[in-house]
Design a protein around this ligand. Structure first.
Ligand code: GDP
Length: 366
């Protein structure tokens, strides 16, 4: 599964959020399946209303959502890139995630220790950004030195191209900017692929607000939203403490009352997980049989055989063709037979690019 890592300064509510996700699943009336891989890593179901719609018409024995991995990356502090705290180790953990969920404190509470003075989400965000940029600068510098030698020795055109990209990335980072905002082309990205830069990773923000602001946001989350908008990044306003409380409730009636009292339609975590899924640039297709209705995760732009391989690796090699019904048609016509009659069941071959929401049935040789 793809991984999203939770980062942020100390005491902003990262663990509270991670625990909310994990105990939500442990509670009896659980919203998600969650399986703890190690204390800071968990697999969580991705809530998807399309799965509910499909189950309603197919009435299968089992419904299986798709999952993503959530990692709690604690320990990032100011100065981490210079080795403060266990900084370097934690920065290294970020390398292994596919996307970043950056939690920022947008609540006042004098009981919650804060070392950076007045609440200031924008500067908090920048502190983390700078640490990641420093770390990236380090990686880029090292590679520049190596590449310089290659470019000199053979007059190698590829090395020269790489060197040029690296120099520009370096200059960009030195201006305090994140590489994901640089608009690099595919070819340029290849030149830095092996560096696994931290500031390239897709990033979203969680504004952790107080209870009174959970529906409206507050001046802090508004300030952060402005910055997120400039980056074209998603921002989710949450009250992590409330989410943790909801997560621990076992009785569905208690939960319903609580939702009513707080005027919530669903746990805020659903929004978070959906946004994180979107951030990972994934698409979902479904299989729908009486045994099982299931969501499968693929990358955007994947062709049918590769999409089939997430069900079973043999499916890719033995792929013959796929029967495909668009999600809306499957719901509209109710049964597969009705879709076929209406000419809405397509037979697609190896070159078909699977669309988000497709309901698929694969034919393959074993
Ligand atoms: P982390 O260091 O970022 O993982 O932060 P924690 O999740 O451990 O939270 C630090 C402290 O802030 C704990 O005492 C939490 O109970 C408290 N906290 C977390 N979220 C909120 C919130 O939304 N509002 C308030 N007032 N306190 C919170």
């Amino acid at each position: 599964a793809l991984r999203a890592g939770i980062v942020g300064l100390p005491n902003v509510g990262k663990s509270t959020l991670f625990n909310a996700v994990s105990s939500s699943a442990k509670a009896q009336a659980s919203n998600y399946r969650f399986c703890t891989i190690d204390p800071n890593v968990g697999l969580v179901d991705v809530p998807d209303t399309r799965l509910d719609q499909l189950s309603e018409i197919v009435k299968p024995n089992k419904v299986v959502p798709t999952q993503i991995e959530i990692v709690d990356i604690a320990g990032l502090v100011k100065g981490a890139s210079r080795g403060e705290g266990l900084g370097n180790k934690f920065l290294g953990n970020i390398r292994e995630v596919d996307a970043i969920i950056h939690v920022v404190r947008c609540f006042e509470d004098e009981n919650v220790l804060r070392e950076e003075g007045e609440i200031n989400p924008v500067s908090d965000k920048e502190i983390i950004d700078i640490e990641l940029q420093f770390k990236d600068l380090d990686s880029v510098d090292k590679k520049i030195q190596k590449t310089q030698k290659q470019a000199r020795v053979g007059g190698d055109a590829q090395a020269k191209f790489e060197l040029d990209v690296l120099e520009r990335v370096k200059a960009w980072l030195e201006q305090g900017k994140n590489v994901r905002m640089m608009g690099l082309t595919k070819e340029e990205m290849v030149a830095i692929d092996d560096l696994f830069l931290l500031t390239v990773k897709p990033t979203m923000y969680v504004a952790n607000v107080d209870e009174a602001s959970m529906h409206t946001g507050n001046k802090y989350s508004d300030a952060l939203k402005k910055v997120a908008d400039e980056e074209g990044a998603e921002l989710v306003v949450l009250n992590n403490s409330i989410e943790a409380q909801i997560a621990e409730m076992e009785d569905p009636d208690d939960k319903a009352l609580f939702f009513e009292e707080y005027k919530m339609a669903e746990p805020g975590l659903n929004r978070l997980i959906r946004s994180a899924y979107k951030l990972l640039n994934l698409a979902t297709y479904f299989t729908a049989g009486v045994q099982e209705v299931r969501a499968w995760t693929i990358g955007k732009g994947w062709k049918a055989p590769q999409a089939a391989s997430v069900i079973h690796t043999d499916f890719e090699k033995g792929f013959i063709k796929a029967e495909v019904i668009a999600f809306d048609d499957r719901i509209k016509y109710g049964t597969e037979a009705a879709c076929r009659e209406a000419g809405r069941l397509r037979i697609e071959g190896k070159e078909y690019i699977v669309q988000d929401g497709d309901v698929m049935h694969f034919r393959f040789n074993v």
